[in-house]
Design a protein. Structure first.
Length: 274
């Protein structure tokens, strides 16, 4: 079966529908994998979430930082930011069912030689270890104490992975790597304060995927999250967030032959409006 990985939707449902039509024209009944941030900041968060859920078994999703933010807001643990567009989900009559669906999504997926995550991985993790660590978070997030877990999720420390990490520190570090990482040192210390382009790179830090000898080099890591990178396709890397929210494109890449399908998007938010 043909599989397409799709970049960050962020509540841009009309563009999702347009992209799905273009994919269907070349690959009817393709399997779809979304690399996170289904919702928020775009104009149609509820409609987008419903559309993805309605795809049923045709679609898989990995959680992004905005999806986790939705969960925290829904539980009353975080306040809405001025740029958030989550009210339609929070006020939906079936909000509890929608929130339950979101919290049961994985943080990482394997598809053949591909490893799919939202933001990236620290250089010390293998693809197998990434899946195992993601599963630790998923078990807690799907369990009875998931709200307590979310209350401890936020923070930038510990910024460097260690196998000896335990409890909330361990889970927080895993989540930050999978859903927020952009820059890190060769030793894997993450700079989680930076949220812009490569021009904000601090001395001693590299884009996570350019750290020499990272242990996921034997897999093809597919990710979104970083719209200023644009579409990048290397032998062992696919970057998919092409700035749908900012007036760029919504992009999909066929994992079997690297065919690219894109739709142009209006500017839903202006850079700097966050």
């Amino acid at each position: 079966m043909t599989t397409y990985a799709i970049g960050d939707l962020q509540g841009c449902c009309p563009k999702l529908n347009e992209l799905l039509e273009r994919i269907h024209a070349v690959s009817p009944d393709a399997h779809l994998i979304f690399v996170g941030d289904l919702v928020n900041r775009g104009p149609n968060s509820l409609e987008t979430l419903r559309e993805v859920i309605a795809l049923g078994e045709r679609a898989e999703v990995v959680l992004g930082n905005h999806d986790l933010h939705l969960l925290a807001v829904a539980c009353g643990l975080r306040k809405l930011h001025r740029s958030d567009t989550l009210d339609d989900i929070l006020n939906a009559p079936d909000r509890d069912e929608l929130i339950d669906w979101v919290r049961r999504r994985p943080l990482a997926l394997r598809h053949g030689e591909h490893l799919l995550v939202h933001a990236g991985v620290v250089p010390q993790w293998t693809a197998t270890q990434t899946m195992d660590l993601a599963a630790e978070v998923e078990e807690v997030l799907r369990g009875p104490n998931w709200v307590d877990f979310l209350a401890q999720m936020y923070g930038n420390e510990p910024a460097q992975w260690s196998d000896s990490l335990k409890g909330a520190d361990r889970i927080r570090c895993i989540i930050n790597a999978l859903t927020r990482i952009r820059f890190c040192t060769p030793e894997g210390r993450m700079d989680l304060a930076v949220s812009k382009g490569v021009e904000t790179q601090l001395p001693g830090y590299l884009r996570w995927f350019e750290v020499p000898d990272r242990k996921t080099e034997d897999a093809t890591v597919v990710f979104g999250h970083w719209s200023t990178l644009g579409l990048i396709m290397r032998p062992n890397l696919i970057s998919l967030d092409t700035g749908c929210l900012w007036g760029g494109q919504l992009s999909a890449v066929c994992l079997e032959d690297r065919r690219v399908v894109q739709v142009e998007c209006p500017q839903f938010q202006k850079p700097g409006s966050i």
